[in-house]
Design a protein around this ligand. Sequence first.
Ligand code: HEC
Length: 277
Amino acid sequence: MIDKALYALPLALALVSTASSAKAPEDILDELAAKSKSAYLTQSPQNRMMMPDNPAYIVAEEGEALFKQKRGPKNASLEQCDFGKGPGVLKGAYVELPRYFPDTGRVMDLESRLVHCMRTLQGFTNDDPQIKQRHGNTDITKLMTFIAIQSNGMPWNPPTNHPLEKAYRDAGEVLFYRRSGTLDFNCATCHKQTGGRIRASYLPNVTIPEEWTKAISWPAYRTSQETVRSSQHRVLECLWQMRYPNIKSDSDVMLALISFWTDAARGQPAILPDLKR
Ligand code: HEC
């Protein structure tokens, strides 16, 4: 009896260690914070405490149900959607976006690719609320949260082999540093210092990948808005702060900025879902 138990022990230990090698988002954040001592990463112990119970997990569950449900005029699920790693492969797909898709001839991010699949596989049109309503408690947000968290802890690794992938990334860099608008701001005005703040908030520095990975880890639950927000929504809000005109969802400028910002976090682990101010 005792012998049997002893044989079982190494197996049990092995099982435990495999299970714990999948790190929770809060553990990834803790490790980055310990390494970099960044004020941005450590600014909210309260948010850190809430991460194990992140409301984004419920949103992701709703997204999973929507993903598998047969919907739209074509009565199909999204299970055959190809996010770049083959039809239906979700694990690690998000950290390798934006990427060039030969079937559309375009560089697409998670949101634009999801919309593409909802149109082609399910038959929704741009006028349907399922596609039109992007931000807030929407299908798009729920689906993106479910898909994105399959890449938790994986390093950002957007491909740059195709000339268009490189062109979007480079255009995004130019846009990030180009001053314009009534305030003559660029993104770098607020995102190229360490320890820079607006009111109580520390802002992330684009040149420090350990900080920048948290900055771009969307979808994230925003406590101040009590909802999950996306990358495209963040771009919209920062451009609004710069007093630029509203940017269109899935536009080339949107894709370029997101291509550049993902490249700026290259190699650092994604924190998904994150919880932000
Ligand atoms: C006027 C200052 C300002 C400018 C200019 C600005 N941002 Fe921001 N950015 C902010 C603030 C404030 C936040 C939210 C921080 C918070 O709420 O704690 C933020 C958040 C972000 C985040 C997410 C980090 C987080 O913790 O929420 C990203 C990514 C980002 N901005 C990218 C950009 C990009 C890309 C541009 C240019 C298109 C830009 N920002 C321009 C002020 C700015």
